[in-house]
Design a protein around this ligand. Structure first.
Ligand code: NAD
Length: 507
C-alpha cells in the first residue's frame, strides 16, 4: 500500500479544544507508527496557525473560572486523576509501548513516574501557601501570595509520551493555570489518553487542551500574546530555539535539552553489579532516555574486564518487538531512520580510530525498528561518539587514568544532565559528587533521575532557563507572586481599639 493510500484509511488523531475532540482538517499530516510491527497506526494533523490560535483561545476563555476555583478543589481533582490512572494503569502502559516501542516493564515504570507527579500535585494547598509578616513597619503588615500565570504551554518529546507531559500538566493546573499541550507528533496517542482521563476526573472544558503539529504550530504557541509560559523538553538545538524565541516574545520559559551522560567505574567497583547497572542505563528504553548512560569512563585497570563484561552481557540481551511481548529486554527504536542513524555511529567510530567491541546491527526477522546494543571501545574525548547525543543503545568506553582525569573529561562535554560513579570508596564518591560537571549525580545508581519531589536539574546545554521542572521550583515556575502592604488607621471614635503599646504608655 502506498503512503497516500495508507493515509486515507488511517484514523486522524483528534485535537482537544474547549472539551471537544476535533478531527482537524489538515493538508499536512504525519504517520504514527507501532515500532514493534513497523505499521502505521494513525495519522496526526500538523495544525495551522489558525487552528492553533483557536485552541489557545479555549484555554484563555477557561482561565478566569479555573483561577477562581478553590485550590483544595483543584487538588481533589488530582486525587481523582490519580485514582483513574491507577485503575487504567496497564492500558496507559500498553499504549506507551504501542506507540513508542519500549518494553512493557519500562512503560509501567514510566507510568508510575507519571502517577507520582500527580501525587506531588495533590499536595498543592500546603505548597502554595503564601508568606505574611505582621508589623513589618509600625502597624504595617506584609503579605506575599502566589497567583497563576494564565495560559501555559507544554511542548514534549517522543521518548516519554506519558511521563513528560505529566511533568508539566498536574502542577500547572493545580496552580490555577489553563494549559495547551503540544505532544510529539511521533507519540501523540498517550497524550490524548491523558486528555480523556482528565475529563473523566471532572476537569472543566477548556482548562486542558491538546494541539498537534510541528514547527508551524510550535512557532504560533511561542509568539502568541495570550501564552504566558512555555515548558519544553526535547533535543538541545530545539530547546535553545524555544528558549530564545519564547523569551524574546516575553514568555517565561523552561527548556530541557539533550544529554551525554557519563558513567565512571572505579577500579574498586563491584564488576558484576556495575556491568548490569551500566547495561540497564545505556540500553534501557533502547538508549532513548535523556538520563541514559552514554560514555563509560573506565578508570585504571578496570577497562579490560569492564568491556568484556559489557559486550558479553549486552550480546545476550533479548531484543525484539515489545508490543504484547513481556519476554523482551529491549524493544525497537522509534523509527526506521533512527535505527539507520544509530547504526551509522559504528562506522563513524571506526573511521575515527575507535574499536567496536559489539556491533548491534543484525538481521532481525519482521518489520520492527530493531537494533541490538553496541559497545564501542578505545574512544577518545574529541571523537563524535564521545561528544554527540546518539540517543540509541550505544555505550562508548573511554579508558581513563584516574578520577581527576574523568572530571576533566566531564568538563569538556557541552551537556550536563546526569553522571554516575560506581565505587566502594566514600572519598571517591564524594569527590565525584562535588566536582563532576552535571546537574544530576548518581552514586552506584545508573539512572539518577530525580523523583517528582526534587527538581530535574540539568546543567549547561541540557537546560535553558532558571526554574527547573519538578519539585518546588515547578510551583515557582507556574506562579507569580503578589505583594500586599496593609495599613489601617483608627478614628477618634475607635479609642477602645488603641494598640496595646499606646494604652500601656498612657498608664
Ligand atoms: P525534538 O527536539 O526533536 O522534539 C521535541 C518537541 O519539539 C516535539 O514536540 C517536536 O514537535 C518539537 N520540534 C521539533 N523540531 C522543532 C523545530 N524545529 N521547531 C519547533 N519545534 C520543534 O526531540 P525528540 O526527538 O522528540 O526527543 C528526544 C530528545 O529529547 C533527546 O535529545 C533527549 O535527550 C531529549 N529529552 C530531554 C529530557 C530532559 O529532561 N532534559 C527528557 C526527555 C527527552
Amino acid at each position: 500500500m502506498s503512503a497516500s493510500e495508507t493515509k486515507t484509511t488511517l484514523k486522524i488523531v483528534p485535537i482537544l479544544s474547549a472539551g471537544k475532540w476535533i478531527e482537524c482538517p489538515s493538508n499536512r499530516t504525519e504517520l504514527v507508527f507501532n515500532p514493534s510491527t513497523g505499521q502505521a497506526i494513525g495519522q496526526v494533523p500538523l495544525c495551522t496557525v489558525d487552528q492553533t490560535d483557536s485552541v489557545i483561545q479555549s484555554a484563555v476563555n477557561a482561565f478566569d473560572t479555573w483561577n477562581e476555583t478553590p485550590v483544595v478543589e483543584r487538588a481533589r481533582l488530582m486525587f481523582r486523576m490519580r485514582q483513574l490512572m491507577e485503575e487504567r494503569f496497564n492500558e496507559i502502559a500498553a499504549l506507551v509501548t504501542r506507540e513508542h516501542g519500549k518494553t512493557l516493564a519500562e512503560s509501567r515504570a514510566e507510568v508510575q513516574r507519571a502517577v507520582e507527579m500527580v501525587e506531588f500535585a495533590c499536595g498543592i494547598p500546603s505548597m502554595i501557601v503564601g508568606q505574611t509578616l505582621p508589623n513589618i513597619a509600625s502597624e504595617v503588615d506584609a503579605e506575599a501570595v502566589r497567583h497563576p500565570l494564565g495560559v501555559c504551554v507544554g511542548i514534549t518529546p517522543y521518548n516519554f509520551p506519558s511521563m513528560v507531559p505529566m511533568w508539566m500538566i498536574p502542577v500547572a493546573l493545580v496552580c490555577g493555570n489553563t494549559f495547551v499541550l503540544k505532544p510529539s507528533e511521533k507519540t501523540p496517542l498517550s497524550a490524548n489518553l491523558i486528555g480523556h482521563l482528565l475529563a473523566d476526573a471532572g476537569l472543566p472544558d477548556g482548562v486542558f487542551n491538546i494541539v498537534h503539529g510541528d514547527k508551524e504550530c510550535v512557532d504560533t504557541l511561542l509568539r502568541h500574546p495570550d501564552v504566558a509560559a512555555i515548558s519544553f523538553v526535547g533535543s538541545t538545538p530545539v530547546a535553545k530555539y524555544i528558549y530564545e524565541t519564547g523569551t524574546r516574545h516575553g514568555k517565561r520559559v523552561q527548556a530541557a535539552g539533550g544529554a551525554k551522560n557519563h558513567l565512571v567505574i572505579m577500579p574498586d567497583a563491584d564488576l558484576e553489579i556495575s556491568v548490569k547497572a551500566l547495561a540497564a542505563s545505556a540500553f534501557g528504553c533502547g538508549g532513548q532516555r535523556c538520563m541514559a548512560g552514554s560514555v563509560a569512563l573506565a578508570i585504571g585497570n578496570i577497562g579490560d574486564p569492564l568491556v568484556d563484561g559489557l559486550a558479553e552481557h549486552a550480546s545476550q540481551m533479548r531484543v525484539g518487538p515489545s508490543d504484547g511481548n513481556e519476554d523482551v529486554e529491549m524493544g525497537p527504536l522509534i523509527r526506521r531512520e533512527h535505527v539507520e542513524r544509530v547504526g551509522g555511529f559504528m562506522d563513524v567510530a571506526r573511521s575515527e580510530g575507535a574499536s567496536v567491541a559489539l556491533d548491534g546491527r543484525q538481521d532481525f526477522a519482521g518489520d520492527a525498528f530493531l537494533i541490538g546494543p553496541s559497545v564501542i571501545d578505545n574512544v577518545q574525548s574529541p571523537m563524535r561518539v564521545a561528544q554527540e547525543e546518539i540517543f540509541g543503545p550505544v555505550l562508548s568506553v573511554i579508558r581513563t587514568k584516574d578520577l581527576p582525569g574523568a572530571i576533566e573529561l566531564g568538563k569538556a562535554c557541552p551537556f550536563g544532565n546526569g553522571a554516575s560513579i560506581f565505587t566502594r570508596d566514600g572519598y571517591s564518591a564524594r569527590y565525584f559528587k562535588q566536582h563532576f560537571n552535571a546537574g544530576m549525580i548518581g552514586i552506584n545508581v545508573g539512572v539518577p533521575a530525580p523523583m517528582p519531589w526534587f527538581p530535574f536539574t540539568g546543567w549547561n546545554q541540557s537546560f535553558f532557563g532558571d526554574l527547573h521542572i519538578q519539585g518546588t521550583e515547578s510551583i515557582q515556575f507556574y506562579t507569580r507572586q503578589k505583594m500586599t502592604l496593609t495599613r489601617w488607621f483608627t478614628s477618634s471614635s475607635d479609642s477602645h481599639l488603641d494598640p496595646v503599646w499606646k494604652t500601656a504608655r498612657k498608664d
